[in-house]
Design a protein around this ligand. Structure first.
Ligand SMILES: [Zn+2]
Ligand SMILES: [Zn+2]
Length: 265
């Protein structure tokens, strides 16, 4: 299968260099043609490891942004540093950014401020955005519309919201990315949305190291597990898994404008 993991964290501190190498080897052996690696989501401003990985291996593409959990750390200096990193030739997206009112690790007002500031940076940098949203559907939809996200494009990652937000995102031209959550027994609502989203707007992701899909649930997640997400999507859409993989990979390349990376036939 031609697989692409549209969202993975390769810079989480508990992974050693050796574990990381083994994880990437397994991914590429499984047929992954690409990974979008999210830099700095757990440590504000620490983008170096992911940028190095993306520089060393062209199959790894980097995204950088200040996560809503860390929004209180979105100081002028932190935003300036991020703006400079967005110029790096291996950075394909600004993210992940957004709102998470489930945990409120940063106060909601600060989350909104950091989200708006970074959406404006996406316009300046001409980069698509990767949006994280949890229990903040109305504010997310309003801010994305107000800030003209349709001009930069992007994706709602690890989709776990209701149908209203899915519709708003689709109307704004965004992609919707599904994670291992769609394999969980209680995820009927997410599966019903995955059945309805236009197929050309669907991406697949792992959100490594979180949310390992069934049958790997309970183990640390890794990019090679994206195949379980794709297989579940194929089952939901009643199409062949190879075809689903091909579509998700093509959509990921469209979303992040990686068309120059298409293999020569
Ligand atoms: Zn997220
Ligand atoms: Zn993430």
């Amino acid at each position: 299968m031609e697989l692409f993991d549209s969202h993975a964290h390769l810079d989480i501190e508990r992974t050693t260099q050796k574990q990381l190498r083994a994880l990437l080897d397994r991914a590429f052996e499984q047929g992954l043609v690409g990974i979008v690696a999210i830099a700095g989501a757990t440590r504000v401003g620490e983008y170096e490891l992911t940028l190095q990985l993306a520089t060393d291996d062209r199959r790894i593409h980097a995204a950088a942004g200040i996560h809503p959990h860390a929004a209180s750390g979105a100081t002028i200096d932190a935003l300036d540093k991020l703006m400079a990193v967005l110029d790096h030739e291996r950075v394909v997206a600004l993210g992940e950014i957004g709102l998470d009112y489930h945990y409120n690790y940063s106060p909601p007002a600060e989350q909104r401020r950091a989200f708006v500031a970074q959406l404006r940076m996406a316009h300046k940098a001409a980069l698509p955005v990767i949006v994280h949203t949890r229990q903040a559907e109305a504010d997310t939809a309003a801010i994305l519309a107000d800030e003209g996200v349709e001009q930069v494009g992007g994706v709602l990652h690890c989709f776990s919201s209701g149908v209203e937000l899915a519709r708003s995102a689709l109307n704004l031209g965004l992609y919707i990315s599904f994670s291992g959550m769609i394999t969980f027994p209680k995820a009927d609502e997410i599966r019903s949305i995955a059945a309805e989203v236009p197929i050309e707007r669907i991406l697949a992701e792992t959100d490594t190291p979180f949310l390992s899909p069934h049958p790997m649930r309970g183990r640390t997640n890794e990019p090679s597990h994206v195949k379980y997400v794709v297989e579940k999507l194929a089952q939901i859409r009643e199409i062949d898994a190879e075809e689903m993989a091909r579509v998700c990979t093509a959509n990921t390349r469209q979303c992040f404008r990686l068309l120059e990376a298409l293999p020569q036939e």
